[in-house]
Design a binder for this molecule. Sequence first.
Ligand code: SF4
Ligand code: SF4
Length: 310
Amino acid sequence: MSYKIKNGKIITRSIEYSVSYHCNLRCSSCSHMSPFIPKKFPFIESFSSDIHLLSRCLHADVIRLIGGEPLLNPEINSFLAIAKESGIADRLMVTTNGLLLHSMNADFWKLVDCVLVNLYPGIRLKESIDEFKLRAKMFGARLCVRDQCAFRISLVTSPHPNDWITDMIFRTCKNAHVFQCHMVHEGKLYKCAVPPFLPEYLLKLGINGYDPNRDAFNFREAKDLLEALKRFLLSPATMDSCRFCLGYVGKPQPHHQLEPKLIAEPALQQVTRSGNLDHYVFIRECAHYYWSQALAGWKGRRSRQSERSL
Ligand code: SF4
Ligand code: SF4
């Protein structure tokens, strides 16, 4: 993973912030575990102070307000206004399932740069996508649409038994290393969106002992923020949360809504690494990883040699 530094700030592709921990859908394989999370919104004061603090050393191409379902938060416009004013990102994006998009007012459309609507099979929106596109255009925003007919299985119900597989799942995970979906959550920065919500999900499985703080960077307490942030983002250490995740190598499965009994007791449906890891993709991603490591090593040796011969 590499990051540029510009004007004393680390440049990342994206920052994510969950403005609603719960959702009005209950998609299977929701990587944010929203169907398992009780109704909860973050405090806007905490968002404001965290984003302003981070903006001193971190800049993103895009800040994505996500969920759960972000449009459930009645203060969504204030979150957008704070994100814009902080200057932490070039663009403001909201990722939504679209169910409440018809109720967004003009201020919302003026503030947001891009709305990404994920369309799920069998879910009907109150207005057509063309109407939403027109509204977005009227306010100078963009509306993008993504059909979500299939989901890659992300979370498993028992930890991977083997450390090297967990390591490879982490190293080949595009969420953490390519798309840099780094999440800000209650004063901490995470490399992806899984750790902050994992304890609640594991508790439903009767699994205790996972501590998200081990995978977090507590930036509120950092003395030298830029250096500490660099150390955190560049650390190659596998996150503990990856023991319960398939990252980018889970098998795709047709999208469906979870039955309430599986939400109450997810252990009823055992999801294991052996049954849900896409072996072809796993081998391909591992080969790609080792190839890029070898290439980086060769390039490093070449540049050291040319420095010596100067
Ligand atoms: S709409 Fe998104 S956040 Fe909500 S349950 Fe589905 S995948 Fe999760
Ligand atoms: S928990 Fe690990 S494997 Fe899963 S998305 Fe995060 S970094 Fe990737």
